[in-house]
Design a protein around this ligand. Structure first.
Ligand SMILES: *[C@@H]1O[C@H](CO)[C@@H](O)[C@H](O)[C@H]1NC(C)=O
Length: 338
């Protein structure tokens, strides 16, 4: 995917700017291209300015939505927001955690995370809990800087956000140690704060998408839904036989984790959720659009959405009309269960 200078400028101005577009991880030099050159994203570590390499810039194409819209879905017993009695152990107590950077020890390793507690936190109100998982060579700070994949501004102060930090800036999940870390975070957060245990979610880009998928595989009874942006099976899939609502977002030209990899993650949950298999339409190259497919036939309460976009390996894809749609789609997907 090639970014025009204008497009990159817009990305930099937006609060969703991922460090991944800034010249690569660890790059501290200028992160815009001179006039007439365009930033070419290569992978999580590297992008560069290539003179005149600005194909696709300025073309405006409206996004398209294709697919059968299913009826509203409800998992039995999942409508707990209106039922304060269903909250976690931290409900009704003085908050045991404050917003900020914390650490806990899991299997002998010190693990870090950042937690964001809503303004005007009320201890008798069960909040939603959303984990935002960073990409390779990224960190919890990048997730915070990106406002938890753009979900924070949409959350109406009704969500507790957690950005865990991976070991070696990734989610290799060796021996399941990262799943154990997330388990420990769920316990810690819910002991200290009022959470609705039926409304836990995970999302992430790239390695963070792989880790979200891994959680869907091994913690189907813990997470209500996941949103995987440009993911692949790189953090394992222990279990992987239970249904979990699944949103997959992937670029047709993803040069790091190709879209075939994203499709296979999706198809695991198309199968587990007993949706009708299909080959969803994907946008044409150069269309600078995205196509969303809502699978039909899924078990009630276990939808699968798939959004293919005409782009590369990016956390916040943008249409030719300038629209950043991924945060809104993720929010809409998750809020079906609120
Ligand atoms: C996608 O990537 C996987 C893993 O690297 C590779 O095995 C596969 O051949 C690739 N598929 C395509 C269509 O490029």
């Amino acid at each position: 995917m090639i970014y025009s200078e204008t497009l990159l400028g817009a990305l930099l101005l937006s609060s969703f700017i991922p460090a991944v577009l800034g010249g690569g991880m660890g790059w501290t030099g200028p992160n815009t291209c001179v006039s007439g050159a365009c930033c070419t994203f290569s992978n999580d570590w590297y992008s560069q300015c290539i003179p005149g390499n600005c194909q696709g810039g300025g073309v405006t194409t409206a996004s398209t939505t294709v697919g059968v819209t299913t009826t509203a879905t409800t998992q039995p017993g999942s409508t707990a927001t209106s039922n304060p009695g269903s909250g976690s152990a931290g409900c009704g107590k003085n908050p045991g955690l404050t917003s900020g950077t914390k650490s806990i020890t899991v299997n002998g390793k010190t693990r870090q995370y950042i937690i964001k507690i809503p303004d005007n936190y009320q201890s008798n109100r069960p909040y939603k809990l959303i984990f935002g998982l960073h990409w390779l060579s990224g960190s919890m700070n990048d997730v915070v800087n990106g406002q938890y994949y753009g979900l924070l501004p949409l959350s109406n102060n009704d969500v507790i956000f957690v950005a865990p930090n991976g070991l070696n800036n990734g989610w290799a999940n060796s021996g399941g140690e990262d799943v154990a870390f997330i388990d420990a975070l769920v316990s810690t957060v819910e002991a200290g704060l009022c959470v609705n245990p039926k409304l836990r979610f995970a999302t992430g880009f790239s390695y963070g998408g792989g880790m979200s998928y891994s959680l869907a595989c091994s913690r189907a009874n813990v997470f209500r839904a996941v949103a995987v942006i440009a993911g692949a099976e790189i953090s394992g899939c222990s279990g992987g036989t239970s249904p979990v609502p699944y949103l997959g977002i992937h670029g047709i030209s993803d040069s790091v984790l190709n879209i075939s990899q994203g499709r296979s993650l999706r198809d695991k949950f198309v199968s587990n959720n007993r949706c009708n298999p299909q080959s969803p339409p994907e946008p044409a190259r150069g269309s600078r659009s995205h196509i969303k497919t809502v699978y039909s036939g899924c078990t009630s309460g276990f939808p699968v959405w798939w959004i293919a976009h005409d782009g590369d390996h990016v956390p916040t894809p943008q249409d030719g009309n300038g629209q950043y749609w991924a945060p809104g789609e993720t929010w809409t997907f998750f809020s079906q269960f609120f």
